[in-house]
Design a protein around this ligand. Sequence first.
Ligand SMILES: [Zn+2]
Length: 475
Amino acid sequence: MSFNFLPVQIPTFFVVSSSHRRPAMLVPLLGRPGCLALLCITVLWPSILCPVLQGQTAAVSESGGSDFEAGSHLPAGFQLITGRYVDIVTDLPIDDELRLLPQVFEQAMPLWCQAFGVPPEDVSDWHARAYVMLERDRFEKAGMIPEHLPEFPYGFQYGNDLWVSEQPSAYYRRHLLLHEGTHWFMNRYFGSSGPPWLMEGMAELLATHRWDAQQVNLQMGIVPGSRDDVPYWGRISRVQQQLEDGSAPSLEAIMRYGNTAHREVEAYAWSWAAVLFLMEQPDTKAAFQEMLQQPMRSDLTQTRWLFERLRERWPKIRQQWNAFVSDLDYGFQSDAGLMVISAAPQAITRESVELQVDSRKSWQASGIYVTAGQRIQVAADGSFVVGRVPADWRSEADGVTLEYHNGHPLGRLMMAVAAPMRSEEASRVINEWPVGSGREIDLTQSGELFFRLNEASHERADNEGAITVRVELLQ
Ligand SMILES: [Zn+2]
């Protein structure tokens, strides 16, 4: 959560100019009464975002994190930890994790600069104060929370002040500090953090981090390798749970979140996923970067701009989003490739078509279009290296039953059918068919055939080789 630097709030409904042409797909988005908009300064967003930001290793400075004695002027029960870019005021007993928070923030500053294309000299004299609160009441009584701020369960940013409620894990406490810090950075530099999905999605993306206290090294914008890396973060689990129980929002629903949507934790998870997808997907990444260079505004202007740019591709993007969320898991890496539907796949014929399926890549487009009701035959030959430990594991298209992924043997040939989605639908997991070395399949969906060998995206980098797949129409 955050407030703009400008203290003036103008409640208004988002109004679409009558001269603005609405593309058909935008109607559901724009048809709703809009959100409470914050007055903002419009500035240009100058640069390119890097999905994963790697901090430079640095020594702990002598001044940082050790002089909370300087807080003797604070009311009893509070302690101060000073740092170059942030001072921490807390009612918690100081331990090593807390003592290093200003160092985490100091490491984050060049990464925020890098992410938003901001020259480091522009922020060299910036300074924030972060309240890390065990008992909110104490801070209220001490006048450290302005009365006009709303209730907030996790964190809040207002001007140069950040508030973080104490969390059950050190990871999540740092995460919230970096999340509110991202709002602080964007609001202070750009005058706004954009519409709710972008504001919270960017904050979640950059706050998801890896911190090495020994090396004083911070990485931001990571996808966590495991649940244990990010205790109490829970974004991936929430996405997976909602996909499973059928309550997942559509991509459009995420992008039209209003100002109150993020009272629910799930909105943070989906905003994070949406920003990650739009930043990585080949069909959207260039437009997303261009959108970030538009004036930052808290209303739907940027969202509408993005839809306009992607209007023709949007039906494909819906399906590609479903493929992305189907695979989103701890350790997920887009390096293995995200689904990209071909521009003009050709209808399948009775003549056998041969393809190579690369073991290092995720969904690979065949360029073959099939129709529900058809019966096809898929056959596969060849072998590939699916693992290296303790020695090379060779697999054929049936996979190896020593290990399973998604309920199927590791390395098994899998097939999906994907087609542009003409209307907005709730996000859902895409169907996958296990093919193995060969089978006949009665198709229940129309679209382009996609193939991959069954393995998690982050396990593919050590693979080697491809298998040959032949596809033909039977009837
Ligand atoms: Zn936030």
